[in-house]
Design a binder for this molecule. Structure first.
Ligand code: B12
Ligand code: SF4
Length: 485
């Protein structure tokens, strides 16, 4: 299915499900604007209920969203939505609710922002009551069942088995120029700082989830900025180990918070993988373009710290490519860094996407690099990098069968200047074929129990070559959501 089209039958199902509602809410990120428009237009035909949009995109582009929605929620929505619903229940007047913008006589009415909630423990755990949930599956909307939920939760990580996603904090303390945090920081000013649920509240959610869905095999902690406080890490690790005890993944670990002691505690508590945003090997791009508070020296240090835990832990290093402000010299710095990254690790490359409201998006608009956000940004999928000589070289690092000397050769100036994309592509294919006998031999050794590889059984890597990069060549990065940290 074209992601920007919704089959008429599905839209009819949505209309049917929302029939009789007093208020219809749609949550969206920028990549889902087309869907939201399409669903909203369809619902207008069957319902008179006001339609409210919320999420990061309406927060950053409220005026644009009010061309389609009746109401838009700016920023965090729990309290605003409750107030709105209560007002509506009392008499139908939706005006004057802080965070809820609307249009009156063609003019946008902007209500003030309410302060950011500090006590996140005051909110209930995420609603996993499946009775009222529906999900788009195999082309139709289907009632959510335990089985279907498991199917969806199976595809979150590289490993097989059901994962549970959870978030302990909101916000990040940084404001990298390409990240929504830089846009939200502008909106909220000084208020925009890390807020966390208590360890007890977070562990309580995990315990409830595991009790309810015993098939859960691991936890994926999706915080954009994971714990950076020693005491908190100690409390978390000791409670997690005692009460939950499942292997876990952290998706957003900022390099400068990494220390050997913190990683030791976390690995000991069950952390077997963490996503670490490296983004670039160039100090210039890091400081001047991405404005990311992290140095290349710290990054090299991180490689060494994390590699010391390689028998129980595998890092995922993430890079941003397709950066129009990057020079060839910057790209070479990244390539040189990739040459020294110790194995095992997973490497992911994402195409720079200039999401609305970010400092880099503003710069790109000013410089004329973005002329149509809809097609250049909203419809862009950052899992797909452009085909270029340098990007193909990056990809070679994901293929452990390609020896470093071959990559070094392809990095030399004459070959780079030729820029024939088919060179690295051919190298990848040749070494893939050459590696087949070795792979067969390894498989036989494993079957006969004579393999010498470490076993990461129990940590989700059972049966996998731990030096390999399981970044699927077919679905690069797609199984684990957004890069963070
Ligand atoms: C965790 C996370 C995920 C998890 C979500 C897990 C989960 N169960 O929720 C996963 C990995 C699935 C994910 C996926 C994606 N993510 Co993400 N993700 C985040 C992250 C780090 C935190 C989200 C969060 O919980 N925030 C805290 C809560 C409080 O804020 P919130 O989600 O915005 O929701 C509040 C308000 O917006 C509002 N609200 C939201 N919806 C609605 C609806 C209504 C009706 C109302 C009234 C209010 C309302 O109320 C909410 C509660 O206060 C954010 C970073 C960030 N700063 O938000 C990125 C972020 C939202 N993700 C981003 C992206 C790009 C994606 C993907 C498109 C990546 C991809 N290509 O796969 C997908 C899209 C998923 C989707 N269907 O929308 C970008 C979005 C940028 C943009 N402008 O669109 C962000 C901002 C990160 C970044 N790069 O800057 N993501
Ligand atoms: S990229 Fe990561 S570290 Fe930088 S502001 Fe965003 S969430 Fe924070």
């Amino acid at each position: 299915m074209n992601p920007h089209e919704n089959p008429a039958a599905v839209l009819d199902q949505v209309a049917e499900l929302t029939r009789g509602s007093d208020l219809i809410g749609i949550s969206l990120t920028s990549n889902y604007v087309d869907h939201a428009i399409c669903i909203t237009q369809h619902l207008r035909r069957s319902s008179n209920a006001p339609i409210i949009w919320g999420g990061i995109h309406p927060t950053l582009r409220p005026e644009e969203c009010l061309k389609h929605a009746d109401l838009v929620c700016i920023g965090e929505g729990e309290d605003a939505l409750i107030e709105l619903v209560q007002k509506k229940a009392k008499g139908g007047d939706c005006t004057g609710v802080r965070n809820i913008w609307y249009k009156q006589n063609g003019e946008v009415v902007r209500t003030p922002l309410r302060p950011l909630p500090i006590d996140l423990d005051a909110y209930p755990y995420p609603d996993y009551d499946l009775d009222a949930e529906y999900v788009l599956h195999k082309g139709t909307l289907q009632p959510m069942t335990r089985q279907l939920l498991y199917e969806f939760l199976e595809h979150i990580t590289y490993e097989e088995g059901v994962s549970y996603r959870a978030i302990m904090s909101r916000t990040c303390r940084n404001r990298c120029a390409y990240c929504a945090s830089s846009a939200l920081g502008k909106l909220y000013g000084k208020e925009w700082r890390v807020r966390r649920r208590s360890v007890a509240h977070f562990i309580g959610e995990l315990n409830q989830a595991v009790a309810r869905f015993p098939e859960i095999q691991r936890v994926v902690i999706e915080d954009e900025f994971f714990l950076d406080d020693d005491e908190l890490i100690r409390d978390f690790c000791s409670a997690y180990k005692k009460e939950v005890g499942l292997p876990f993944v952290v998706t957003g670990m900022f390099p400068s918070i990494i220390s050997a002691e913190r990683i030791r505690l976390l690995v000991d508590a069950g952390m077997y993988r963490a996503g670490v945003g490296i983004q670039t090997g160039s100090e210039r791009v890091m400081q001047k373009v991405f404005q990311r508070p992290c140095t290349q020296e710290q990054i090299v240090n991180v490689f060494a710290i994390l590699n010391a835990f390689k028998d129980r832990f595998k890092p995922t290093y993430q890079y941003i490519v397709d950066n129009p402000w990057e020079t060839e010299a910057d790209q070479l710095e990244t390539l040189r860094q990739l040459l020294i990254i110790p194995k095992p690790c997973i490497l992911e490359f994402f195409s720079l996407t200039l999401f609305p409201g970010t400092r880099l998006s503003e710069r790109a608009i000013e410089e004329g690099l973005i002329t149509d956000e809809h097609s250049q940004v909203y419809r862009k999928d950052y899992h797909f990098t452009t085909s270029s000589y340098i990007n193909e070289l990056y990809c070679l690092f994901q293929k452990q069968q390609v020896p470093r000397w071959a990559i070094r050769l392809l990095m030399t100036a004459p070959l780079r200047r030729l820029g024939w994309v088919r060179f690295p592509v051919a190298a990848s294919k040749i070494f893939y074929v050459l590696a087949i006998p070795r792979k067969i031999l390894k498989r036989i050794q494993r079957k006969t129990g004579r393999g010498s590889g470490r076993s990461l059984a129990g940590w989700g890597f059972a049966g996998k070559d731990d030096a390999s990069c399981p970044v699927a060549e077919k679905e690069s990065g797609g199984r684990h959501g957004s890069p963070k940290g």
